[in-house]
Each structure stands twice: as C-alpha cells, then as structure tokens.
Write a protein that binds this ligand. Structure first.
Ligand SMILES: C[S@@+](CC[C@H](N)C(=O)[O-])C[C@H]1O[C@@H](n2cnc3c(N)ncnc32)[C@H](O)[C@@H]1O
Length: 230
C-alpha cells in the first residue's frame, strides 16, 4: 500500500498474528486499513478524540472496503475499553508527543495486554513509566522516516525484557545491545544537540548539570558501541 509510510509500516510489523488491536488517535486510519487488508489483525478499533479526523477515517475505511474489520470510535484515550468490555491484545499509540502518550497511559487498565508506541519525542518517560509498572519490553525498533529516526517499542505486561536500570530507560534494553547503524546516528545527533544546548546556558544552572549527566550516559553508550563496531 503506497500510502503507508515507513514508520506506519514498522508499527504494523509489531502487531502479532490474530491480535485484537486499537489504534488510538488514528487520524486517517491508514494503519488500521493496512492491518485489515493484510489480514494480520483479527479486529481493529480506530479511535480519535476529534470528530474531523474520525470522519476522514470513516471515509477511508469505507473506500478501502474494510468496514467489517475496522470499527471507528470517538473517544479520548483508552478508558472506553472498560465500559465497552473490550479486551485488546495490543493498543497502538503513535504520532503524538510523550507527554500526551503518558496522559493516555494514565488510564492503563486490565483490558489491555500490550502497548505499541512511537512517540514524536523522546521515549525516556514512557520507558520510565513501564519500569515503574514492572512491565516488559517485548520489541524495540528504530526506523528512519522522512529523515527522522523514530524509536518504536512494544510494551508487554507479562513477558519480555526487563527494564533494569537508567541506561535501559534511556536507550532501551534491546536497542542498546543491538548493533544497529541508526542507533549510532540517533545518539550522535542527540549528543551534538546537548553540546549546543550546554553552550547556551550558564555552567552553574541546574539544567546544565542535568544535561552533563545525560551527555555522560550518551558517551558511555556510544563508547561501548564504538568498541562493538571496531
Ligand atoms: C498526528 S495524528 C497521528 C496519526 C497516526 N496515529 C500516526 O501515527 O500517523 C494525532 C491524532 O491523535 C489524536 N489524539 C490526540 N490526543 C488524543 C487522545 N487523547 N485520544 C485519542 N486521540 C487523540 C488527534 O486528534 C490526531 O488525529
């Protein structure tokens, strides 16, 4: 399907065969349409908090002939799963910033087993949340789309990799051990961003200390990676 961007395609690859899925903040519903056409998901709920995108989603779903498999819903976040008594294998939350995603995750409930997440911002707060909840990371992926490197994760409540320490929270328990070229690119770019920010703030500033600590962790992981690649 030509409309599917590399990021959406990678998100689809994180869904397992036969899952019941929801795409929260579906907008155009391209991902649910692909999952329905591909036959991978058993049933897909395409939800959005706003009426306009939801009506675009409904039109797209109808024109691709997948209305039998994709159900639309006007809803804020994931709370709707409880009153509707809907159990989800995976809940996709993508294309928003981590603070919006965290607001949605505050309503985490027993009807949802996994979360597939691609944030527009740093994933650190999401992994921190998963660690606090004692959830696992089942999959992690890096994907380049339109010159942006996205981190994708699948959080599983029952099985996967443990998030053991701050390095796992920052870089991902799977990604930080995987020999991936995009990983190196992403964190070299982030290191440069921090160096530029440090030039703009006084050394005594509280933020400066935080950035230095962050930079130290980036250096630690980059050093280890360079050793792997040697
Ligand atoms: C930029 S689009 C992302 C579309 C698609 N998920 C993607 O990754 O390409 C963000 C969508 O999320 C919706 N949204 C934002 N907050 C939401 C919430 N709390 N619950 C449901 N949808 C939300 C917006 O209305 C918008 O349509």
């Amino acid at each position: 399907m030509s409309f599917l961007t590399p990021r959406l395609f990678a998100l689809a690859s994180m869904v397992s065969e036969g899952e019941i899925v929801a795409d929260i903040g579906t907008d155009h519903a391209y991902l649910p349409i692909f999952l329905a056409k591909d036959g991978k998901a058993k049933k897909i709920y395409a939800t959005d908090v706003a009426l306009k995108p939801l009506s675009v989603a409904k039109n797209n779903i109808a024109s691709f002939g997948v209305s039998d498999k994709v159900e639309t819903m006007l809803a804020d976040g994931i709370e709707w799963t409880i009153p509707n008594n809907i159990k989800l294998d995976s809940c996709i939350i993508a294309g928003m910033g981590s603070s919006t995603i965290l607001d949605i995750l505050k309503k985490d409930n027993v009807n949802i087993d996994c979360y597939i997440i691609a944030s527009n911002t740093n994933l650190e707060p999401i992994r921190k949340w998963a660690k606090q909840k004692k959830y696992f990371i089942e999959k992690e992926l890096l994907i380049e789309d339109n010159k942006i490197i996205y981190e994708l994760i699948k959080i599983n409540k029952f099985a996967g990799y443990k998030i053991k320490n701050q390095l796992d929270v920052l870089f991902g328990p799977i990604l930080r051990k995987d020999n991936n070229k995009l990983f190196l690119q992403k964190w070299l770019k982030e290191e440069q961003k921090i160096l530029d920010l440090l030039k703009q703030i006084p050394v005594k500033d509280k933020k400066s200390k935080e950035f230095l600590k962050y930079k130290k962790n980036i250096n630690k992981i980059l050093k280890r990676r360079t050793l792997i690649n040697e």
